[in-house]
Structure formats: C-alpha cells, structure tokens
Design a protein around this ligand. Structure first.
Ligand code: ATP
Length: 756
C-alpha cells in the first residue's frame, strides 16, 4: 500500500472542550501538537525533542562491487547454498570486509582473537559463518588416555539471553539456507534453558551462557567444539565472567583432555574497553598481546534525538512519542520502546490500546507487542513476527532484554526511556532489590543500535543530551552486584576448591562469597570442609537454581514422597512471573474470583500453583476457555507443561523417578492437608532460611537478618496474618516484599535448621 494512504488524518473530536486533550486511564495528555488540523503529516514533528543531532556518523557503507569487500576466498557453503537475497545484505555489513583477516588470524598457532565492533557491524551473525568452513573446524579423531575420541566439529556462540540465542539461530539458518532444526550436515541449532534444537549435523550452535556453563561441568574440555565464540562480553553477566575464566584455563592448559587439539576462542564486544579483556586473557610471562580486530561502522545510520528539557512523566512522554511517530513518520517502520519492567509495559500497553480505540478509522492500526524476560518463549516470539493482518505498524514494548544482540525485524524507530530495573543483591541483608536506575552510556548506545538494523533509523531518547553526557560509561559487572550462589556452586562443581584462585576479571566481595558458601552448606551442597558433595554436584547440573534443585532432591525421600508435585510447582513457577492475570475492575474481580476459588489454597502460593497446574492438566475439554474464565495466563501454562516434561525427563535420567508418569489428563485429586504439610516441609529443605515470623505489631520479621517484610499483593496470602511464613523470593521494590509465600509452623524452622 502506498504511504499516502496511511497519512494520519485528524482524529475525531475527543471532548467538547478541547479536542487536543485526551484522557487515557487516569492521565490527561495534550496531543494538540500533532492533532491540529493544519499540521501536515510527515514534516518535522513539533514534539519533545531538539533539532536533530546525529551522534557519530555511523555509515561505513560497503558497496556491492567494491573490490575491498570481496573476499578472495568466499566461504564455499555459505555463499553457494545460502539465501542469495540475504547474501547481498551480508556483504554490505562492515564485518564482511574483514572476513579473510578473521580467518587468517585464527590459523596456525594463534587460538585467541578479540573482536570489537559496533552494534550492527555483523559480529554475531557473520563470525561463526566465516569460521565454520575452516580446516581446523572439522571433527577429528584424537587419543585421550587410551581412548580414541572425537574432538571438535562444531562452533558454539554464546548469548546473554534466550531471545537473542533463538532469533540469531533462526537468522543464521536462513542466511545459510539450512532450515533451523533440519538434521543436515552444516546446519544451525540453539540450546537455551528448557528448549533445545540441536539436530545431528549442527555446525553452529547458539546457546545461552548458562547452557555453556552446564556443558562445561559435563565436559571440562568442551570436546565437541572446535571453537567457542563469546558474544557480548561487555555485558559482563556472572555467567560470562565464569566462562571467561574457564576458557582462560583451557587456553593455557596442556590440551591433553582434547587429545592435543586446540580450542579456538573468539571474544566479541561492542565496547572499546579492550584493555581489561586483553590483560585478562594475556598468557602469563608472555609479552605478545591478545590479537585484536576493530570493526568500524555499522550498516545504517541512526539519527539520535534528545529532549530539550528533562522529562518529568516518562509514561506520558512515551505515549506522546509513540503517537507522534505513528502519525507522522512514514510506513513501514515499526517502533521499539525500552521501558523499565513488566508493570510499566503492561500499563503502557493498556493506555496505548485504549487511545487507539479513539483514533479515526482511517488512521493506521497499531499493534502492541510486549517483550520481557518473564514472558513465555512463545509470547516473546510474537514481537519478532510481522504485525498481524489488519495492523499496519507494530510497537514493541521491551525491557532491556531487547537491548543487545537482537534484531527486531521491521523496527526503524527506537524510544529509550533512559532507565532500567537493575537487580542488586545486598549481601548483608540477604535480599535483592529491583529498582529503576539510569542506564549507562553503553546501554544507551546499544538501544540506539536496535534502530539501524534493516535501514536508516531514528532513536528518540526521552532525556536531554546533558543527561546522556552525565551517564556512567558502563554498568558494574553483575558479579559485583548480584547473588553469587550459582557462581560459587559452579566453581566448586568444576573442582575449584580455592575459589579465590579462580581467574575472574573482577572478584566479588568476600562477604558475598562467604554468604554463598554458608548457604550452599545449608543446602547440603558443600561438606563441612567446603568440598562439593554428591548433592552439590547434582544441583549444579540441574537447569534450576540450587534451592529449587534441593527441594527436587528432597522430594523423592520417603518422608516427603512428592516428586511429581514438586516438579509441577517448579514448572509453574519457572514458566513466568504471574500465572494469574491482574484483575482490573471490581466487576471482573467478583466473577473471576468465584472461578478461582477452586484454585486458591489457604496454605498459600505453593499449594495454589500445584492446584492450578493439576486442574489445568486435568482439563480435557477446552483449556483455553478454562484459562479465560479464571484469567490464568494460557501461555505460561503451556510453557509450564513443557518445562514439566523436561524436568520429568531429567529426573528419569538421574533416576530420581523410577517410571514414566501417566499421561494427561489425569483426574484431579486435591492434596490432603497432611500431604500438604509434608510438601511444605520438603520446600523448607531449600528455603528454610527464607522464613519470617509474625511480630506483635502484625508485621512479619525475617528470621535471617530480622527485616520487616510485607507479603506482596500478588500472593494469595496478601493481607493475612499467620504465625510463620516461608517465602521463595524476597525483593525490595517500593518496599521490602516477600513473594510466593506459604503458611508454615514456627517449629518447622527449628527442625529445618537442625536438620543441617
Ligand atoms: N533476526 C534477524 N532478522 C532480520 N535481520 C537480522 C536478524 N538478525 C540480524 N539481522 C541483520 O544482520 C545485521 C547484523 O546483525 P548482527 O547481530 O550480526 O550484528 P552485531 O554486530 O552482532 O550487532 P549487535 O552486537 O548489536 O548484536 C543486522 O543489522 C540486521 O540487518
């Protein structure tokens, strides 16, 4: 359709008094600027930003026939079998011209390369394709001790987030002309928690950092790989720091475990803080620095616009900006807006959809797609699909999970609110805080980069250029601000007894490490002398956090005997944050609560999750309708069933389960109060340190740290008074909240402590 057809028309009068003032929810927003009849579409919008200031012209366009861009030895398979239409855009990527250099630098004795390139230069999609046809990348037979084993043949490329790993795998598969998941020589696969697609013949495997760590525990020499590419190292997650440490050990080791065959390592970063990485990886007693390749430029320019004045109401500014773009910018061109968290996204979605209803019928339709970590994988994928039929422009409302690595197809406009919710673990308090904080320059640049992926784009920052200048360069590495329980367990499981000697780019404070060691000891993962126990080894291999793993192990003990139930609960919890949709109006509340009665249990959230899961699985008529009536999140429930299947599989493999459970639907039988008690006691094995007692003033006080906490409104026990409670999460948002709460008896706490 021609653009002209979608030029915004004046909206029908909204109120009798002032057509430019719109009431959206409880907000009154002035939209006069772009609803005025004399306003011509597609001219510079009279909006909240200053005149254009393009930051660093990014264009480094490489022409199709430029001999510089033609590699002397194009990779055979990728160019001959790959999608020809995509090959053209691949060749236009700044990294294409460096293909030979990248290959050459890893031939011979050099096993390590550091690539620094701007967002969109083509690192994540191209580097694995450049390397996968290299002679060193073939699978070889090698002698390890007295065995002949296969070594290499595959390239692993790590991503900080699931959504990046799966979408990149899809893109690279298309570029290579090998359908994702096809069992074919030279194909592309991915592996993320609870979702694996690694068919036989996979040559390039995208995986999350957590998955590679698990593989490292099973195979410390990473024998199946010829190369590991660590992407987005600048994000500095705990997992990537651990991976860097393990890879450094492999690189400097004797290669005996790989039959003498080296592992090639490529470290990729978008920021120029190269020195730290180079120093970290530099071999001892070596003067030769780590090889570095810097890629300049990105494929398309992005125009950056800041506001002229600080914004006081981010939500209002965001809505204005979205509709400003929608009404004035040409089509096609989707919008990607960065917000702080799920709540903000949900409320913005409601307001946008409400406002869309009031737009004139000839104004193009807007489709809103949320994108945040707690959404099921399926729901996340929606944001990556073209707008559904009938909608013309897509607006993706995302948290920082869409900040790095991902390309959201169709996006030309990015709106950056300048904030992100940051998890911070307070080791003295033993709790996490989750507060919205100003992002770093590095994050702002990454967000901007999401606009120039498929064509020139624009990035609207909802803050001034002075604010941008005042942002810190980069975020603190996660290992310095987060709980290190999982990290310490991983190190211990890899046989690193002296944690302090492990090579880390930054070392967490001793207090956090001590807290983690004590916690692991409580879980039975460490013996009195600090060495890993059999329990600890198992916990490290589960794809769930150590306390949940501990509950899983306890559940098959005869005094608890509730393994299938525990699997159901963990599957439900891991499927996403809120399985129950929030109830907006009183009317809806009354109706839905009536249906939900059969799900809610007086013992609290754990039993409520179990009942929901079991009743859902027992439903054999219409599960969608069942969820609708109860306002239960259908996607979460589907995901929960998928996770349940995988957890059952793991338990069968680990011999925790002795036989395959019967298939769905099974008749629902409510758990008796006696069995409910033993199930909760079983959870105390993992969460015995997370309990609180009711104080005389009716507040709850935690047994560890003596903090006053409130039960979160999302809990079925919200507003209730019980002698003692156990909680699975403790988080500081507006106040100190506990979530996923269950009623317990005070003497169980003593029992749990004595049991360890
Ligand atoms: N899923 C996708 N759909 C459509 N195009 C894509 C997709 N993934 C990548 N591309 C295209 O490939 C280009 C290069 O992407 P790539 O992820 O390799 O860059 P990068 O240098 O790793 O950047 P970043 O660090 O920002 O992820 C993008 O700008 C986009 O044009």
């Amino acid at each position: 359709m021609a653009d002209d057809e979608h030029k915004p028309k004046r909206r029908k009068t909204k109120t009798a008094n002032d057509a430019s003032v719109v009431k959206i929810g409880n907000k009154t927003i002035s939209l006069s600027a772009y609803l005025a009849p004399e306003k011509k579409p597609l001219e510079k919008p009279p909006s909240i930003q200053e005149p254009v200031a393009t930051e660093e012209p990014q264009r480094d366009v490489i022409k199709e026939n430029d001999p510089q861009t033609q590699t002397p030895h194009p990779p055979k398979r990728t160019t001959s079998n790959g999608d020809p239409s995509l090959l053209k855009s691949r060749k236009a990527l700044p990294i294409w011209a460096h293909q030979s250099e990248i290959k050459a630098s890893l031939r011979g004795d050099n096993d390590l390369l550091l690539i620094v390139g701007e967002t969109g230069s083509g690192k994540s999609t191209q580097v694995p394709q450049f390397l996968c046809d290299e002679p060193w990348c073939r699978r070889k037979k090698a002698q390890v001790q007295s065995d002949t084993v296969n070594v290499g043949g595959m390239i692993a490329i790590t991503q900080p987030r699931r959504v990046a790993a799966t979408t990149l795998a899809g893109r690279v598969a298309r570029e290579m002309g090998t359908p994702l998941g096809a069992s074919r020589e030279g194909s592309v696969g991915y592996s993320v928690r609870f979702d694996h697609n690694v068919p036989k013949g996979t040559k390039i495997k995208f995986l999350t950092e957590g998955m590679l760590l698990q593989e490292l525990l099973r195979d410390p020499n990473l024998r199946q790989y010829s190369a590991v590419i660590v992407d987005e190292i600048h994000e500095r997650s705990v997992d990537v720091d651990l991976i860097a440490g393990f890879l450094k050990q492999i690189l400097s080791g004797d290669k005996v475990g790989r039959g003498g065959i080296p592992l090639k390592v490529v470290i990729m970063s978008a920021t120029a803080d190269v020195e730290k990485i180079q120093t970290f990886f530099a071999p001892h007693n070596s003067r030769s620095p780590v090889r570095l390749l810097q890629i300049k430029g990105r494929q398309y320019p992005v125009e950056i616009k800041h506001t002229s004045k600080p914004v006081t109401d981010i939500q209002e500014a965001l809505l204005k900006q979205i509709f400003d773009i929608h009404l004035h910018e040409p089509l096609p061109g989707d919008i990607l807006a960065f917000l702080t968290g799920q709540e903000e996204i949900e409320s913005a979605q409601r307001l946008i959809e409400e406002y869309c209803e009031t737009l004139a019928s000839d104004v193009p339709k807007l489709l809103v797609c949320p994108l945040y970590g707690q959404l099921s994988i399926q729901a996340q994928q929606n944001a990556f699909l073209p707008a559904k039929k009938g909608f013309i422009r897509k607006v993706v409302l995302a948290t920082n999970i869409a900040e790095t690595s991902v390309t959201v197809p169709g996006v030309r406009y990015v709106i950056d609110c300048g904030k992100a919710k940051v998890k911070q673990f307070r080791s003295q308090l033993g709790m996490e805080s989750l507060l919205a904080k100003a992002i770093s320059k590095s994050s702002a640049i990454q967000r901007t980069g999401r606009a120039g992926r498929e064509g020139p784009g624009k990035c609207y920052r909802l803050y001034t250029s002075a604010t941008y200048d005042s942002l810190k360069e980069a975020d603190l590495p996660e290992i310095l601000r987060n709980d290190v329980l999982g990290a310490v367990l991983t190190m211990k499981a890899r046989g690193i007894n002296d944690i302090l000697s492990f090579p880390l780019m930054d070392f967490p404070d001793i207090e956090s490490v001590e807290k983690a060691l004590i916690h692991l000891h409580f879980l039975g993962a460490l013996a009195d002398d600090g060495t890993i126990t059999e329990v600890g080894r198992k916990l490290a291999l589960f794809p769930i956090s150590a306390p949940y793993g501990r509950v899983l192990l306890a559940a098959r003990e005869p005094q608890y005997d509730c393994l299938l139930e525990v699997i159901d609960i963990i599957a439900c919890i891991t499927s996403g944050d809120n399985i129950f949709h929030q109830l907006q109006s009183e009317e809806v509340r009354e109706e839905v609560e009536e249906y939900r009665k059969e799900l809610y249990r007086r013992e609290g959230d754990i039993l409520t999750y179990l009942t929901t899961m079991q009743r859902y699985a027992a439903e054999n008529a219409d599960r969608i309708e069942w969820c609708k009536k109860r306002k239960v999140n259908i996607r979460n429930m589907k995901q929960a069933l998928n996770i349940r299947k995988q957890l059952r599989g793991i338990c069968l493999k680990e011999k925790l389960l002795t036989e395959t459970p019967p298939p769905d639907p099974q008749p629902f039988v409510p758990m008796s109060p006696e069995r409910a008690i033993s199930l909760l006691k079983c959870f105390m094995k993992g969460f015995g340190t997370k309990c609180a007692l009711l104080a005389p003033d009716s507040s709850y006080v935690t047994i560890q740290g003596k903090h006053v906490v409130a039960i979160h409104p999302s809990s079925v026990l919200h507003g209730q008074k019980r002698e003692a409670i156990m909680f699975l999460e403790h988080v500081f948002t507006q106040r100190s909240y506990v979530k996923k709460v269950s009623t317990i008896q005070a003497d169980w706490i003593v029992e749990a402590m004595e049991g360890h």
